[in-house]
Design a protein around this ligand. Structure first.
Ligand SMILES: NC(=O)c1ccc[n+]([C@@H]2O[C@H](COP(=O)([O-])OP(=O)(O)OC[C@H]3O[C@@H](n4cnc5c(N)ncnc54)[C@H](O)[C@@H]3O)[C@@H](O)[C@H]2O)c1
Length: 242
């Protein structure tokens, strides 16, 4: 894979462990992309930018809540000013660790937060880059969904709903963007941990790693994946649904 001359925006890129966005940012940078790293965590973002810039990579990091549409538009405009265009968007930022509980005990405030980040954040960033991609007749959009959006997970009903929405968004959008050379795909991780661990959640008997997710994401963003669009790829070691 060679992303020389390509500009990629990755949301939720700052966090290192397990950090699917972080691992993906590193892999894009290793393969010479111009990187726009977005996150709400200013300190971790600064450390990512410092590490990559030290290796000579072209990186622009911006603090941005993906649920803040005005800020999302600003960041995308800055990316276009700095690098000339946006070729690849990875909508990775997502929240799932907080407020796990039965639907009966859940609160609407927690649903709304997940809807803002997981659904609207994905839509805001996609909406902000889409006209630039249409102008350039080229684009790769990869939305990070989840097995929760395919199977539905107990005590994560709100989260499952948001990720199901991301998968449907992916499929529908690909039908509009195909004529402009823009592919749209989703990646649905199963149980991902910083290192491989024994796990009864998959028939492979282990968890997956952020690096394994990053490899799939970067492949879908590459020119080799030019005829793949509107798909949801599960990366879950053959999930035992729970
Ligand atoms: N790790 C897993 O097992 C797993 C499984 C299925 C799906 N996913 C999905 O993969 C994606 C990444 O997961 P992860 O485990 O690497 O997450 P993580 O929690 O380790 O990292 C998420 C990053 O997103 C950032 N972030 C959170 N809210 C944000 C916001 N509003 N705006 C901008 N940035 C924000 C965080 O600061 C963090 O750096 C998420 O969409 C998640 O739903 C993860």
């Amino acid at each position: 894979m060679d992303f020389t001359g390509k500009t990629v925006i990755i949301t939720g890129a700052a966090k290192g462990s397990p950090g699917i966005g972080y691992a993906t940012a590193l892999l894009f940078a290793e393969n010479h992309a111009n990187l726009v790293a977005v996150d709400i965590d200013e300190a971790k973002l600064a450390s990512l930018e410092k590490n990559l810039a030290a290796g000579g990579e072209k990186v622009m990091s911006r603090v941005c809540d993906v649920g803040d549409e005005a800020r999302v538009n600003e960041v995308v405009q800055e990316a276009i000013c700095n690098f000339g265009k946006v070729d690849i968007l990875v909508n990775n930022a997502g929240i799932y660790k907080e407020d796990r509980t039965s639907f009966a005990d859940s609160k609407s405030g927690a649903w709304k937060k997940k809807i803002d980040v997981n659904i609207l954040g994905t839509m805001y960033f996609t909406h902000a880059v889409i006209n630039n991609m249409i102008e350039n007749q080229y684009g790769r959009i990869i939305n990070i969904a989840s097995v929760a959006g395919v199977y539905g997970l107990r005590n994560m009903v709100d989260y499952s709903m948001t990720k199901g929405a991301v998968i449907a968004f992916t499929k529908a959008l690909s039908k509009e963007t195909g004529p402009f050379g823009i592919t749209v795909n989703a990646v649905s991780p199963g149980n991902i941990t910083d290192t491989r661990r024994v796990s009864d959640m998959s028939f492979l008997g282990r968890s997956g790693t952020p690096q394994e997710c990053a490899s799939l994401i970067c492949f879908l963003a590459s020119d080799d994946a030019g005829y793949i669009s509107g798909q949801n790829y599960q990366i879950d070691g053959s999930r035992r649904t729970m």
